[in-house]
Design a protein around this ligand. Structure first.
Ligand SMILES: Cc1ncc(COP(=O)(O)O)c(C=O)c1O
Length: 438
């Protein structure tokens, strides 16, 4: 018999967490609100122990950064080893091999026949900022097209590209110019025809002035939205027709979560640029842009970069992430986790009227909660009540969506079947408590 992974020994938050919270409230800005009301002491795989000795199952995976789980041995060893050799030079002062090795490995993983190169940065937003700069320099055009529901970051430019006004944009303007937003054909809420899309584009901005279209192949923060069938292929054709670069934001969907290394590989598409971050280095700050070599050949020396980009410890961690993905066959694991999760989500959908849509690719599965399946009025309060109920019972469960009404899985692919099942049982019980039956 397998024993349960969840172990709650104190009230949540426990006394030590409450003590730290009191200090946090004094010294850390309100803006850093947290999902978990407790403080972590250590993590392993999909499990997290708090400072009071309670153990939780973590479905957030550090908001999608921990495809290989908390503290995998070989990543920890590589970090220790590299930290003892050198922690920083700035690659443009004194170059080091792990930067080049990781670039080579990632370039070879990108889909399509064109030779590729890889530039490294620190965060997802920085990768997107640079993808925009590169697109503008290469095309000599200014306009950038993005989508409803998109999340691309919180810097001035990427905040402008992000859709959700509150909390990400409200009061933080003025925004960056030349960003144009179009609806995303979304099978659940907006089944627009593709011809309408081209009409909308042309009405908004001259396609000959557009440098890049930036799209998440599977929207993450927007609520795990898989664009309508055929749309991404259509968009690739449209961008090629007008000389626009196709930029895939794989910051959340990349690194195997969907069952392919990049989500865009579910389609027959070669993007011009791919932005990566999150799971790239097991939680260390690292991001990158894979681009066609012919594009990078037009970006002059020192015009992109930054002091900390491609940190050697993060690059070593990134190489180990790729080794683990390969050796532990994590793409197959994502498919298996996704299949099991989807079956459980479909099962709760049958039982609880509040769940109206289950969707995703591989292990990137979500479900949308609505008050009424006809009006599709988002059930935001209920969704957050489910998350809180999960927390009280040992599961850290992430939500998402423009309306905050989507429960989503960002769990590590290192989770065991037993832990996954146990976590999903907690979720099921939370839904039963909050949403009742049909
Ligand atoms: C699709 C996508 N793009 C960009 C970002 C921004 O990444 P970062 O928070 O590392 O700046 C995120 C973060 O959630 C994301 O999900």
């Amino acid at each position: 018999m397998s024993s349960s992974a969840i172990s709650i020994k104190t009230e949540i938050p426990g006394p030590k967490s409450r003590e730290i919270t009191a200090k946090k409230e004094r010294y850390v800005p309100l803006a850093f609100e947290t999902l978990a009301p407790f403080f972590i002491a250590e993590g392993k795989g999909a499990l997290v122990k708090d400072v009071d000795g309670n153990q939780f199952i973590d479905f957030t995976g550090g908001w999608g950064c921990l495809i290989v789980g908390h503290t995998p041995d070989r990543v920890v060893e590589a970090i220790r080893d590299q930290a003892g050799k050198f922690a920083h030079t700035d690659f443009t002062a004194i170059p080091y091999e792990p930067f080049v090795t990781l670039a080579e490995r990632l370039a070879k993983l990108a889909p399509g026949p064109s030779p590729k190169q890889v530039a490294f940065f620190n965060s997802g937003a920085e990768a997107i900022e640079n993808a925009v700069k590169i697109s503008r320099k290469y095309t000599k055009r200014k306009a950038i097209v993005v989508f409803e529901g998109a999340f691309h970051g919180r810097t001035l430019l990427t905040m402008t590209m992000t859709h959700k006004a509150s909390p990400y944009k409200a009061g933080f303007g003025p925004f960056a110019p030349d960003i144009y937003r179009l609806p995303l054909p979304n099978p659940y809420r907006n089944n627009m025809q593709f011809e309408d899309f081209e009409r909308a584009l042309i009405a908004l901005v001259d396609p000959e002035e557009v440098a890049a279209v930036v799209i998440e192949p599977l929207q993450g923060e927007g609520g795990f939205i898989v664009p309508a069938d055929g749309f991404l292929e259509y968009l690739r054709e449209l961008t090629t027709k007008h000389g626009i670069l196709f930029v895939a934001d794989e910051i959340q969907s990349g690194f195997g979560r969907t069952g392919k290394f990049f989500a865009i590989e579910h389609y027959d598409i070669e993007p011009d640029l791919i932005a990566m971050a999150k799971s790239i280095a097991a939680g260390l700050p690292l991001s990158g842009v894979i681009g066609k070599k012919e594009i990078y050949d037009r970006i002059p020396g020192s015009s992109i970069g930054g002091t900390y980009v491609g940190n050697p410890i993060a690059c070593r961690a990134g190489i180990e992430v790729l080794n683990i993905v390969e050796e532990d066959k994590l793409l197959d694991r994502a498919v298996a986790i996704g299949k099991f999760t989807r079956e459980r989500f479909e099962d709760v959908k049958r039982r609880y009227a509040i769940i109206d849509d289950v969707r995703g690719l591989g292990a990137m599965v979500g479900m949308e909660l609505v008050k009424d399946p006809v009006t599709k009025e988002p059930a935001k309060k209920e969704c957050s009540a489910v998350v809180q109920e999960c927390l009280r019972n040992g599961l850290i469960m992430p939500s998402a969506g423009l309306y905050g009404n989507v429960l989503r899985m960002l769990v590590t692919l290192a989770i065991t079947d037993e832990q996954l099942n146990e976590g999903l049982d907690v979720l099921d019980a939370a839904l039963a408590k909050v949403a009742g039956g049909k």
